[in-house]
Design a protein around this ligand. Structure first.
Ligand SMILES: [Zn+2]
Length: 90
């Protein structure tokens, strides 16, 4: 049976295995017996530790909405409009 991840508003997420036909049915939190929402997570990701999952989420976010560069980095190019005479020390 596939394992699905559900999330309780108060207690956090938990895993539940149920037949695929019943995935749409309401799930209840094993801790507080409140109604839980299904979290849409690919099955392969449910066993990953939280930090890895966080990295994956971040990666996904940056693929969809790349961060826009708003400031220039590094030293500005020196602008030389006029050639400096060789006898001027600076
Ligand atoms: Zn709960």
């Amino acid at each position: 049976m596939p394992v699905y991840v559900f999330s309780c508003h108060d207690c956090g997420s938990f895993e539940l295995s149920r037949p695929m036909a019943e995935v749409g049915a309401a799930a209840y939190c094993p801790t507080c017996l409140g109604e839980a929402r299904r979290v849409f997570t690919p099955p392969s990701l449910t066993r990953l530790s939280t930090p890895i999952r966080r990295v994956l989420e971040k990666e996904e976010a940056s693929a969809h909405e790349p961060r826009v560069v708003t400031e220039k980095r590094g030293r500005p190019l020196r602008q030389r409009r006029e050639p400096v005479p060789p006898w001027v020390l600076h």
